[in-house]
Write a protein that binds this ligand. Structure first.
Ligand SMILES: Cc1cc2nc3c(=O)[nH]c(=O)nc-3n(C[C@H](O)[C@H](O)[C@H](O)COP(=O)(O)O)c2cc1C
Ligand code: SF4
Ligand code: SF4
Length: 304
């Protein structure tokens, strides 16, 4: 059965999960949600998966589905899809995230047959720095054994239902989510300090092309998903969010590279992952002209 695994990931947790799944399933392609949405927006069309089995892997944002993933699902065509699964990663609680994904998919006439949450180290540096390496290692071990249980279910197209939190957490979660979505422009709080070398890594990992380098320093515009990739991947730890982050440890998944997370590249398969080809395709965003071109393709914001 032809499988496509669509992923969105700021700091690599969800990418890591998606890649592990793609490696374990037969005939599976990894597809960047950012890229596929960008193409659909540019060509003013929907997203036809051309696969019988699809998976969607993404992080929990404020107890809900990231806006970019909402926009992606709203463009999906359910035609030909026989099995659909979702995995969301988070640092603590998902609340009603998977239920939200389930109802968004239902609107597209796609049944979510299996939905799982996998806990991994939190990237939400605005409230906390990275947990210790020891704690991270424990979380990776638990996440790997979760995957060992999930993979056979997905491999055999089983209907396992959608994981959910307690009712009361879901109600509170929905409130937090709508507050978070009502104030989307967080990029105005980012600054770079004297440690910035002008290397451009922040521009490569930004899923919306929201950052440009001018006079050797990053400049943020107003199209931010608040994925925190820029702050977390900056090799000089030069990016700050207000005054909250100067002394906090950074985090990104240790088995994921900048090249993996640079969203603008070709569809990948387990066979062609981590090759030098990725380096060259990520160069897509390496010139000011290309970045400017991408910035004009604003990704439509359609939160639920
Ligand atoms: C904007 C934002 C909101 C978040 N909200 C939650 C949350 O509500 N619950 C939670 O457990 N983790 C939350 N997190 C942490 C991420 O869900 C978690 O670190 C996730 O694994 C990151 O995935 P990624 O590395 O693929 O980007 C949030 C992170 C961000 C950036
Ligand atoms: S990644 Fe960090 S050091 Fe590199 S340009 Fe961006 S802010 Fe500067
Ligand atoms: S500017 Fe916003 S969307 Fe871009 S990497 Fe930073 S946090 Fe993510």
């Amino acid at each position: 059965m032809k499988t496509k695994i669509y992923y969105f990931s700021g700091t690599g947790n969800s990418f890591w999960v998606a890649r592990e799944l793609a490696g374990a399933l037969e005939n599976a392609e990894l597809v960047s949600i950012v890229r596929v949405l960008e193409e659909a927006e540019t060509q003013k069309r929907g997203i036809d998966t051309a696969a019988e089995k699809i998976g969607i892997v993404f992080p929990v944002y404020a107890w809900g589905v990231p806006r970019i993933v909402v926009s992606f699902i709203k463009k999906l065509s359910g035609e030909g899809i026989k099995y659909c699964f979702a995995v969301t990663t988070c640092g603590g609680n998902q609340a009603a995230t998977l239920l939200q994904a389930e109802s968004l998919l239902k609107e597209r006439e796609i049944e979510l047959q299996a939905g799982y949450v996998i806990k991994l180290p939190s990237n939400y540096i605005i409230t906390n720095g990275a947990v210790t390496l020891e704690k991270q290692e424990k979380m990776f071990t638990t996440a790997r054994s979760r995957l060992d249980k999930i993979i056979p279910v997905i491999k055999n197209n089983q209907k396992s239902g959608v994981e959910r939190d307690f009712f009361i957490v879901n109600i509170f979660g929905k409130l937090v989510y709508s507050l978070f979505m009502s104030n989307p422009d967080k990029a105005r709080y980012f600054t770079s300090d004297v440690r910035c070398t002008g290397c451009g890594v922040c521009t490569k990992v930004c899923p919306t092309g929201n950052i440009t380098i001018e006079k050797n320093k990053p400049v943020w515009e107003r199209n931010c998903e608040q994925c925190l990739a820029c702050i977390q991947w900056c090799p000089a730890k030069a990016i700050q969010y207000k005054h909250a982050t100067q002394y906090r440890n950074r985090y990104h998944h240790p088995e994921v590279k900048v090249e993996d997370i640079s969203h603008r590249k070709d569809i990948r398969t387990p066979e062609n992952m981590n090759t030098s080809e990725y380096m060259s395709t990520s160069e897509h965003m390496s010139t000011p002209e290309n970045r400017k071109k991408f910035r004009t393709l604003k990704i439509k914001r359609t939160p639920k």
